[in-house]
Design a protein around this ligand. Structure first.
Ligand code: SF4
Length: 416
């Protein structure tokens, strides 16, 4: 990776892991993959910790991977949210509730009933090397360089393109969610009055590529960010993203007949009619509910759930959409009260996924994926009453970071 061509969101420079204070710690419930170099080291590591490591290394035949088995530890997932002061500075707000209690706070009987169940084997289980104070035993004994690659990198993700690398920071990490919540999306122009080629929330050096398609995608994304007003409603952002995708697709990529036929039309794309109305909201509740319920139902039926609390959250949302409690006007009001936060998380998803079209020549698909990521996060937060950033973090944990679940949502786009 070339350091001089590494781009990342400005808030990444301020990130510091809060370890033992983290309410939804990445050492809880996630199974850690052990990379080959770490595995070699662990096989001969000396001392009691070395023995312990070997006793927790498990080979999973299905994926041909070695992982650490989880144990019941002292660190539990806690309910959390984000609170902002008058200056826009954020802090994590912890309720102290354990994960067992989280589901029962949802406004739905089914969710409350399911709250104490532990259908998933990793529920509230810890990495065996996470100490009671939240610190890592392997890191403390052998040093940072001997923790597994996954642990060293999280919550950073590097996307390597031909001549530059983009780093993103996962919103599944509560501290990153907090940083996103307090970082304004800024407009920026260089000295020649050119729109900068990096997204506006990022450092100012241009990320120009020799790959013409990649460069065109980067320019289009920067234009989106440049025109981005974080006080605009979600519907407006969606319209701009779709317009960009539909105009780029035929210009950048071959549009053979099969692709054109499979392309989601403006009529059948989820909730299109609702969002085309912008803030006038003159569509009926039924039209909106059907589209939204279809999306949530598809996820419930096709997702592999990591946690019961996310499964409960989706079930609560579906019941809410189907049992007549939902109204478009109250949902719109909810979106209005969270305009800035929704805009910032929407920008996060655009940053992470827009350029991926360079790999599969399908910018429409990636744009629709972004739209579904934000819609699910907003809908679930609205229906369950869960903090919006926490909902986005849970979505990220369950879908963004699970290859099968992310593919499931991507596959939906051309199946609609
Ligand atoms: S989720 Fe983020 S803040 Fe929490 S332990 Fe992991 S890296 Fe640290």
């Amino acid at each position: 990776m070339s350091e001089e061509k590494l781009f990342m969101p400005s808030y990444g420079r301020h990130f510091e892991c809060i370890a033992g204070d983290c309410p939804e710690n990445c050492c809880v419930e996630w199974i850690v993959d052990i990379d080959e170099n770490s595995k070699k080291f662990y096989e001969t590591a000396e001392g009691a910790v070395g023995e312990k490591i070997r006793s927790h290394m498990v080979h999973e035949d299905e994926d041909d991977e070695t992982v650490f088995s989880l144990t019941k530890g002292m660190n539990h997932v806690r309910e959390w949210g984000i609170e902002k002061d008058d200056q826009g500075k954020s802090k994590l707000k912890l309720s102290g509730e354990s994960a067992d209690e989280i589901s029962s706070s949802m406004n739905n009987d089914a969710a409350a009933q399911a709250g104490s169940e532990t259908c998933d084997s990793t529920f509230d289980m810890n990495c065996p090397f996470q100490r009671d104070d939240g610190l890592c035993e392997i890191r403390l004994t052998y040093g940072y360089e001997h923790t597994s690659e996954t642990c060293r990198e999280h919550p950073e993700f590097n996307e390597e393109y031909e001549d530059f690398t983009e780093r993103s920071f996962s919103i599944s990490c509560p501290e990153i969610a907090r940083l996103i919540s307090e970082t304004p999306l800024k407009k920026d122009i260089d000295e020649d009055d050119e729109i900068l080629l990096t997204p506006l929330v990022y450092p100012s050096a241009p990320c120009q590529s020799s790959d013409a398609v990649l460069n065109a995608l980067a320019r289009a994304r920067n234009k989106l960010f440049f025109n981005f007003d974080e006080d605009e409603l979600l519907g407006t952002h969606i319209i701009h993203l779709r317009d960009a995708a539909f105009s780029l697709q035929p210009k950048l990529f071959q549009m053979d007949e099969a692709f054109a036929e499979a392309l989601p039309s403006e009529n059948n794309m989820l909730l299109d009619s609702f969002f085309r109305t912008g803030d006038t909201l003159d569509e009926t509740d039924a039209v909106f509910c059907d589209g939204a319920a279809g999306l949530i139902k598809y996820m419930i039926e096709n997702q592999d759930f990591l946690t019961k609390r996310w499964e409960n959250a989706l079930n609560t949302t579906l019941s809410f959409l189907q049992d007549g409690q939902f109204s478009v006007s109250s949902f719109a009001e909810f979106c209005r009260t969270k305009t800035q936060d929704i805009s910032r998380v929407f920008a996060y998803f655009v940053y992470r996924y827009f350029l991926k079209a360079v790999n599969d020549c399908n910018i429409v698909k990636w744009s629709e994926f972004v739209i579904k990521c934000i819609l699910v996060s907003v809908l679930v937060s609205f229906a369950t009453g869960m903090d919006f950033y926490r909902t986005a973090a849970l979505f990220s944990r369950e879908v963004e970071h699970d290859g099968d679940n992310a593919s499931m949502l991507l596959d939906m786009i051309f199946d609609e």
